[in-house]
Design a protein around this ligand. Structure first.
Ligand code: GDP
Ligand code: MG
Length: 597
């Protein structure tokens, strides 16, 4: 296939603006999928994605279009919409020459519209603004065009209005892709040079590698080499997703498709690696991708210590399909043997946990999530700390650093004051404010990631009655005034309950946690004193009084937010308790440290 007939593009959008629906419509308009085959939102093929209406993994679908007697190949590379999976967005954009910037014609420009559009601009892509949902009576396409122009500096005069739901004007989107997205460059006669942008694991075929060919060709029987990994393999099969896996005789320059070699583990496939030929002249390595960064960590412990090996096996299985999730064994005085797990963000954490629960029948205790800190001890050595228990004594800390993110908030102008207050309460540093239109505003703050991951999104939604959106990207590590806050139950420090927080927040946090614990821990036959301490200084205390004979135990009271309920979700009919000393502590109590007071 002549590269001049190929168009590689992505759709970037804020969540819920209609990306999956538009993708379905394009597959239908091009006849890639017949109406009969059409299941709603074909691209979101993982159950969890469907359930939550989000796209996690990126996929690449090939469509053939005949226009004026000329055949074109359009490759749609799907990108996830959630901030946790931002690194996958960059990865997909590297394989494209153009992007559809899809904006809901009623909602207008939102935080992830801005973040994703900037990424597409950084990658030098041809950007085609699309206003979706013009079937809605309240659609305001002209104002939204203006928002696109003011915020992003893009020319929106030729923006296409369409409805992915009714199909109205979707054919014009296909024309725009052919006319405006540049064809890929490259040369079929040059040595093979292809970028690995994704991989999935298939039980029968092993690793299935998704590629974008920059130069050259690849066909079954070829010996190929991964330049970064240094490994060589024989190609067994190549093909494209249409959207089913469809074998091809070869893939050529500019094309996007899959390759199967006999590779038995995803651990041997590096996203961002360059594939070239193992024989003859080899290509230069392409600039690779950054490793996905694990931003959030938590401990996972089996309630029943005998399940430790089962848990290891279950985590290992999950990792085969999702190398961005990491885990390593750790021990806790309180919880025994378990694992410290690293995730891209909170949503990723929830997804992994949910899979774990669906796929295994274990009772798990999860500790409160925390971010990664950097600590320099007096001897000058820097360490990364993924768990509060690894924080050395305050007297041995020279510098304590925490990750800081730059957050964009987009909201109706009337909520600016509320969001500013939220940010300053969380010690955010104001960066700038912009008006997208007289009614809508964008605020930019630098805030510690720990503050953002705990409940910023929920707080924003409640302050703005659901109209505010946010997005963030890593800015770097900055020194903070941080301390480790310990919790003592009946005089013993419970390591799994320690947290790291700003020194100025330690007293109120301590009080809030103790108060919550008092609600969560059932009464015993004896008094249970609870204390919060920084080093030897006690900052808060409460006592759970002993059960009197005729009173049935006061159990798990207290109201907690929806999200915390989800984290603490108890399996029906099973009690998740951990006995520490001789005090029974329910799973929910281990999340009490999320209380911010
Ligand atoms: P995504 O998160 O960007 O993938 O968004 P979805 O494709 O899942 O769409 C989010 C919601 O918007 C769904 O309920 C869709 O049915 C709806 N939707 C998508 N496109 C249109 C449209 O053109 N008009 C209307 N009225 N609703 C739409
Ligand atoms: Mg979607």
């Amino acid at each position: 296939l002549d590269p001049s007939r190929i168009r590689n593009f992505s759709i970037v959008a804020h969540i819920d603006h209609g990306k999956s629906t538009l993708a379905d419509r394009l597959l239908e308009v091009t006849g890639t999928v017949t109406l009969r085959e059409m299941k709603e939102q074909l691209l979101d093929d993982m159950d969890l994605e469907r359930e939550r209406g989000i796209t996690i993994k990126s996929h690449a679908v090939s469509m053939r279009v005949d226009r004026d007697g000329e055949e074109y190949e359009l490759n749609l590379i799907d990108t996830p919409g959630h901030v946790d999976f931002q690194y996958e967005v960059s990865r997909s954009l590297t394989c494209c020459e153009g992007a559809l910037l899809l904006v809901d014609a009623f909602q207008g420009v939102e935080a992830q519209t801005v973040a994703n559009a900037y990424k597409a601009i950084e990658h030098d892509l041809e950007i085609i603004p699309i206003l979706n949902k013009i079937d809605l009576v309240h659609a305001r396409p002209d104002e939204v065009k203006e928002e696109i122009e003011t915020t992003l500096g893009l020319d929106a005069t030729e923006a296409i209005g369409c409805s992915a739901k009714t199909g109205q004007n979707c054919a014009a989107v296909i024309d725009a892709i052919i006319d405006r997205v540049p064809p890929p460059k490259g040369n079929n006669d040059a040595p093979l040079q292809a970028m690995v942008f994704d991989s999935v694991y298939d039980e029968y075929r092993g690793a299935i590698i998704y590629l974008r060919l920059m130069n050259g060709m690849v066909r079954p029987g070829d010996r190929i080499k991964f330049l970064q990994a240094g490994t060589e393999h024989e190609v067994l099969e190549v093909g494209q997703l249409t959207p089913k896996r469809t074998q091809r005789d070869f893939l050529s320059t500019g094309q996007v498709g899959y390759m199967i070699c006999n590779i038995k583990s995803l651990g041997n496939v590096h996203i961002g690696d360059t594939v070239t030929t193992a024989r003859g002249k080899q290509a230069e390595p392409l600039p690779g991708y950054d490793e996905p960064k694990r931003m959030v960590f938590c401990g996972l412990y089996p309630s029943d210590g005998h399940d430790f090996e089962n848990l290891r096996e279950a985590l290992g299985k999950l990792q085969v399909n999702d190398p961005s999730f990491v885990f390593e064994p750790e021990t806790s005085d309180a919880l025994g043997f378990g694992f410290r797990c690293g995730f891209l963000g909170l949503l990723h954490m929830e997804i992994v946990q949910q899979r774990l629960e669906q796929e295994s029948d274990m009772d798990l205790v999860q500790t409160a999530p925390n971010v990664t800190y950097k600590i320099q001890t007096n001897d000058g050595v820097w360490n990364e700390v993924h768990t509060p228990t690894r924080v050395p004594d305050a007297s041995d800390i020279k510098e304590f650093q925490q990750p800081v993110v730059r957050v964009n908030f987009v909201m109706p102008a009337e909520y600016i004051g509320g969001v500013m207050k939220l940010c300053s309460d969380r010690r955010g540093v104001f960066v700038r404010q912009e008006y997208l239109s007289p009614q809508r505003s964008m605020l930019v703050y630098d805030i510690s990631l720990a503050e953002v991951v705990y409940d910023m999104h929920d707080r924003l939604k409640s302050i703005t009655r659901g109209y505010g959106t946010m997005d963030y990207e890593m800015k770097g590590y900055e020194a903070g005034d941080l301390v480790r806050l310990d919790i003592l139950v009946k005089g013993d420090r419970v390591d799994a309950l320690s947290i790291i927080c700003d020194k100025r927040d330690a007293d109120p946090r301590g009080r809030a946690v103790i108060k919550k614990l008092k609600e969560e821990i059932p009464r015993h036959m004896f008094e249970v004193p609870l204390q919060a301490a920084i080093g030897t200084r006690i900052v808060a205390r409460e006592t759970i009084s002993a059960m009197s004979k005729n009173v049935t135990a006061k159990c798990y009271g207290g109201d907690i937010s929806r999200k915390k309920k989800l984290w603490a979700k108890q399996k029906e009919g099973k009690k998740r308790m951990k006995s520490i000393g001789n005090v029974d502590i329910p799973q929910k109590a281990f999340l009490a440290v999320l209380e911010t007071g």
